[in-house]
Design a protein around this ligand. Structure first.
Ligand code: GCW
Length: 717
């Protein structure tokens, strides 16, 4: 069992129909010697050995006319005499560095699979892809080329040197323990393998709330060991740095980013790092945010700070991921114009186009903080001359902390699909972050993963679907959440439809169900934001400096929601390009699922009725719906009030969560008992916790609004 969990989706269980792959060669011809190519060959040996039997072996060249899987770059193929002699039918093609081509070549009586990489890393990605097709029991395509959509396909880990993980829910750090890098880094090696299998090429290994010791010479030597473990899998290591390091570590009297001594310090530090870690990826920076020091202290800007770090990195091919998460967490709740959501745009807009080319602004997908639903950050449409990477959370800080099954890829796809209407032209987020819309050479996605020492990496076996899908979307953001889930489910659980179908259905229903039983209509998760961010806590939203406000005004004449309009509110909506701004500004066109993010309305305000959850919660068996109580006909769902929707959504969401348990029970006899039991226990917990959520939230809303539930479930005493 332990094995199974640790392997994640790289189990390589034999597919149901091995004869389909019976012609797969058992010999691997590896033309190059790069570590990534060695890893590729090893992976093929392991994977094919487990799935198709036989003991594959790796050779440096064709020693005779054999069927083989050939691995190499174009150069290696051109240079290889044995390749020329035995496989002249194959002509290498030009490929981008991380790209690969997989081709089935028939040569008289022989057949080979050629995996050509644009670089050794591309070879590795190609080897993983071929194995994935087999593990997913796919019909093998005969000629496929894949090129990743973006350069930045990174994960961040919020690991502290003491071994704890901020917002990590699966045990202690795999990297650090008691102030040092762990002696045994075998978990790091295994993790790198998982990440490479989905195309991740960079990782920031320490918390963005960075330890001040990070840049000490002794620590850098320790970090170099992590970089060594990642290298065979083509993953470059980056570090989070604290901007006060020149002072704290370097002993300078200042850390003002434009001070020549500070500039010289960063230069020397970067050179020192590259001596130890030649393929170092760069720095991730959280500054002037939640108490972290930053350029603000010296009256300097994010531009000054980012460029100070970028300059010395430039010469070595490193980048700065400067986080757009800069905001004031001591906002005045009584100021109706105060709005945390405005901060990203307000703090970065002025510097667009002035950053060095190796500065990438890392923008959280929503303007607040990983809530169950937020609109897309307007900063994403604003930075036209600056590369961007969109930050998402794989770790489920606000999404049930891996005690709830919440498959997040549908949310990411919803974000990626959002058309920002830049210059009134189609400009979906996926095109902006991959650099297409504004012609940027860099860009991509960063996922905060926060894996831990627990055998299965993320605690909930289903949570691995998020890590997997994140990687796949960073590689190709046009993939659908259904397809990445199907890939993951087949590899992790089974190629038997009786198993993968219910698992996929449950996962696909889970984000919306969670939204329903926590915070619908754009309210945010409604969790305890002053504490652990787990469990219901609507009373904690308002009245503090954090700005995750819902502005609930009690009583029948009161209402709920943040007025972010230009006309009467904080003006946040005006940060979007005009067409999108117009859509959000008007109550007539603002979608229900973002209504209370954008507007303050009376409790009894009537919805448009466009929340798909009202119509499509198939598994919400027996959940009451207020439509039955309405006078109007079924079709006019728009007669439902905000408060009634809140009540109903909570019943519907909790019912869906309860149904997950039944769905899971249907696979009982078809999968191994330990994993069955592990998931069963978690789903039972989730179903019960969803009821607690439902009742706590509905009860609070009934008291605040004074409007009873039309169906009589809530608010009658
Ligand atoms: O979501 C919030 C978290 C903090 C985190 C911060 C950030 C690492 O609650 O734990 O700090 O965001 O993204 O910097």
């Amino acid at each position: 069992h332990a094995e199974t969990g640790a392997q994640a989706w790289l189990r390589y269980a034999p597919p149901p129909d091995p004869p389909r792959y019976r012609d797969m060669p058992h010999e691997i011809v590896r033309l190059g010697h790069a570590p990534e190519e060695q890893a590729a060959a090893e992976e093929l040996e392991t994977g094919l050995g487990r799935m198709i039997a036989g003991a594959p072996e790796t050779l440096p060249a064709f020693h005779r006319d054999i069927d083989a899987i050939v691995l190499g770059t174009a150069d290696e193929m051109r240079r290889s005499e044995s390749m020329q002699r035995h496989l002249h039918g194959y002509q290498p093609v030009p490929l981008a560095p991380d790209a690969f081509r997989i081709t089935h070549v028939r040569n008289r009586a022989r057949q080979c699979w050629v995996i050509q990489g644009g670089s050794p890393r591309g070879v590795l990605y190609g080897a993983f892809r071929l194995l994935q097709w087999i593990a997913q029991d796919r019909q093998l395509p005969t000629d496929t080329t894949e090129t990743p959509a973006s350069t930045i396909r990174w994960v961040d880990e919020w690991d502290n040197l003491d071994g704890s993980v901020e917002r990590g829910y699966a045990g202690p750090s795999i990297f650090f323990d008691h102030g040092h890098v762990r002696g045994d880094l075998s978990r790091v090696h295994d993790y790198a393998r998982m990440l490479a299998s989905v195309g991740i090429n960079g990782i920031t290994v320490n918390n963005v709330n960075s330890d001040l010791r990070t840049l000490q010479p002794e620590m850098l030597e320790e970090f170099a060991r992590i970089a060594d473990s990642l290298r065979p899998y083509g993953i470059r290591m980056a570090l989070s740095v604290d901007l006060s390091s020149p002072q704290v570590v370097g002993g300078l009297p200042t850390f003002d980013p434009v001070d020549p001594r500070v500039i010289a310090w960063w230069q020397a530090k970067v050179d020192e790092i590259y001596k130890l870690i030649p393929d170092f990826a760069g720095f991730t920076v959280k500054a002037d945010s939640e108490g972290r020091p930053g350029p603000h202290q010296y009256g300097r800007s994010p531009l000054d700070a980012a460029n100070a770090l970028a300059k010395p990195l430039q010469a070595h091919g490193g980048v700065v991921l400067y986080r757009g998460f800069v905001y004031n967490n001591h906002l005045d709740f009584h100021d109706l114009k105060a709005d945390r959501a405005r901060a990203g745009y307000d703090n970065f807009r002025a510097y667009d186009g002035k950053f060095l080319p190796n500065v990438i602004i890392q923008v959280k997908h929503g303007p607040i903080d990983f809530q169950v639903r937020e609109p897309v950050s307007p900063l994403i449409a604003t930075l036209r001359h600056t590369p961007q990477a969109m930050e998402v959370q794989i770790t489920q800080e606000y999404l049930g902390q891996q005690r709830h099954m919440v498959y997040i890829a549908p949310m990411w796809s919803w974000v990626l699909d959002t058309d920002m209407r830049v210059d009134n032209q189609p400009s979906p987020v996926r095109d902006i972050i991959t650099g297409k819309t504004f012609y940027q050479a860099q860009g991509g996605m960063v996922g905060v993963a926060n894996v831990g020492m627990e055998t299965n990496w993320l605690h909930h076996p289903m949570a691995l679907a998020n890590l997997y899908s994140f990687g796949r979307l960073a590689w190709n953001p046009t993939l659908t959440p259904e397809s990445t889930l199907d890939e993951w489910t087949r590899m992790t659980w089974s190629n038997d439809g009786r198993v993968y179908e219910p698992i996929e259905q449950m996962n696909l229903a889970s984000w919306h169900a969670y939204e329903q039983y926590t915070g619908p209509l754009g309210l945010g998760t409604l969790t305890d934001i002053l504490g652990t961010h787990f469990g219901p806590g609507p009373e904690s939203a308002d009245g503090n400096g954090w700005g995750q406000w819902i502005r609930a005004v009690p009583g029948p004449h009161g209402g709920i929601g943040m007025d972010r309009t230009v006309a009467t509110g904080t003006g946040y909506i005006g940060q979007y390009p005009p067409e999108l701004a117009a859509k959000y500004e008007s109550l007539k066109t603002c979608p229900d699922d973002l209504l209370l993010f954008m507007h303050h309305v009376p409790w009894t305000y009537k919805l448009r009725g466009d929340d798909p959850g009202d119509k499509t919660t198939p598994s919400a068996k027996g959940a009451p719906t207020a439509n039955d109580a309405d006078d109007e006909s079924e079709a006019k769902t728009s007669t439902k009030t905000v408060i009634q929707h809140i009540y109903d959504a909570h019943y519907a969401g909790a019912a869906t969560a309860a149904a997950f348990v039944d769905q899971w029970e249907s696979v009982k006899s078809l999968i191994d008992e330990p994993r069955y039991n592990e998931v069963h226990a978690l789903l039972v917990f989730q179903a019960r916790h969803a009821e607690i959520w439902r009742d706590a939230i509905n009860d609070w809303f009934a008291r605040e609004s004074g409007v009873p539930d039309a169906l009589g479930f809530v608010g009658h005493h």
